[in-house]
Ligand binder design. Sequence first.
Ligand code: DX5
Ligand code: ZN
Length: 217
Amino acid sequence: MKNYVAPSLLSADKEHLKDEILRVEALGCEFIHWDIMDGVFVPNKSFPVEAVKENAKVHKMVNDVHIMVADPMKVAPEFIEAGADYVTFHFEALECPKCCKKLIDKIHDLGCKAGISIKPKTNVKVLKELVKYVDLVLVMSVEPGKGGQAFIPSALGKIKKLRKWIDKENLNCLIEVDGGINDKTGQKCRKAGVDILVAGSYLYGHDNIKERVESLR
Ligand code: DX5
Ligand code: ZN
């Protein structure tokens, strides 16, 4: 089990993206989380591919790109080209496990790590057969689309189940959780077996960001 922290840039000051990235790198964060929204799969839009391209190499953290888009087959390669280290797409965008496997292979063929995500209402069982092919599973603990929402506790049972499957088969797959993470919900997720905590509004926009990052360890 790892103990990584992934600040989400969705809550960062978009006018000073580079500074916001370097700030959390200096605090020892291992991953930087990019939320990509197309206005279709979720109502909002967020970063264009150029934002990732411009900033992917200004730091040494892992570029963790979470694509909340309706057409991940088309979008994933664009973000790999822009410098993503991990591209995580939504099971719900494709629904069919065979199509998910196809996209995972495509991401790997392009030299990138592949992640798959499920929304709060999706049963974790849909991942049972896919978990052996991916490098990361992202459990959404809020409805995807915006920051600052309250943590949905059903994510904890999903994390526990994934931890069991992954450890039993000795798989090389990280478990990440995203949405409503703070010192309290973060510790609950750590206990359940999560490797990476994504946090947006808990970290950005606060003077004591250093203590806040530490509280997630
Ligand atoms: C939600 C995004 C999250 C978001 C988390 O759709 O995937 O990454 O930035 O924000 P907080 O930590 O504020 O819940
Ligand atoms: Zn995210």
